[in-house]
Design a protein around this ligand. Structure first.
Ligand SMILES: Cc1cc2nc3c(=O)[nH]c(=O)nc-3n(C[C@H](O)[C@H](O)[C@H](O)COP(=O)(O)O)c2cc1C
Length: 188
């Protein structure tokens, strides 16, 4: 696939076929995504790969619970726009996708967010190039329960940056409209 076609094909996918994604394929895409640039080539990302639907549901429920608590503590929090979904017991923030890759890393590392976001971007494009769909789901990132974190292999030091669901899309929607980029100035 041409690079520009990969960019056009990569859309946030929220509806997936009930078809599993082989772990070996996920490994291949993760390895490919390590080609992403990172500050000082430090590659601070650590990955958790999950294909277990029950575990994904538990993470979804845990994150929803914590986000609702956050909202109750601060009703002005921007996540108020997702309140009705978060309060819906049936709502799975991971849209019943067949797999989830969590990109995390040491919370004290100064370039963690940028480096992990670059990794995530490469990963989403690697998936699109293989006909797979992804969606970065921040609503699934608020995992605090120590027992659950331990099951995921995350230490207290780890911050979840990008929970990315992945699977075979039922359909690829058109891209949401993009604004013209604000090029402030061209100096030739
Ligand atoms: C940091 C980040 C967080 C996101 N969190 C969510 C989320 O929690 N749930 C969701 O459905 N989509 C989420 N998205 C997907 C965006 O809504 C999506 O990228 C945007 O609407 C543009 O659509 P496109 O990805 O198809 O181009 C997130 C995207 C990013 C980059």
């Amino acid at each position: 696939m041409e690079y520009s076609e990969i960019l056009r094909t990569r859309r946030s996918i929220r509806s997936y076929e009930e078809r599993p994604v082989p772990v070996e394929l996920l490994r291949e895409m993760i390895r490919e995504s390590t080609l992403a640039p990172s500050s000082g080539n430090n590659q601070p990302w650590r990955l958790v790969v999950i294909t277990n639907g029950e575990m994904m549901r538990r993470i979804s429920d845990e994150s929803k619970k914590n986000l609702i608590a956050r909202l109750e503590a601060d009703p002005g929090d921007y996540i108020v726009r997702y309140e009705s979904a978060l309060r819906n017991r049936e709502y799975n923030v991971f849209y019943n996708a067949p797999a989830l890759v969590i990109v995390a890393g040491s919370r004290d590392y100064r370039n963690l967010l940028v480096d992990c976001a670059l990794f995530a971007s490469y990963f989403m494009n690697a998936a699109a190039a293989r006909g797979l769909g992804t969606c970065w789901v921040n609503l699934g990132s608020d995992v605090r329960d120590p027992g659950l974190r331990a099951e995921l292999g995350l230490s207290d030091d780890d911050r979840i940056v990008a929970p990315i669901i992945i699977g075979y899309p039922r359909a690829i929607p058109a891209a949401p409209i993009r604004r013209e980029p604000d090029i402030i100035r061209i100096i030739e």
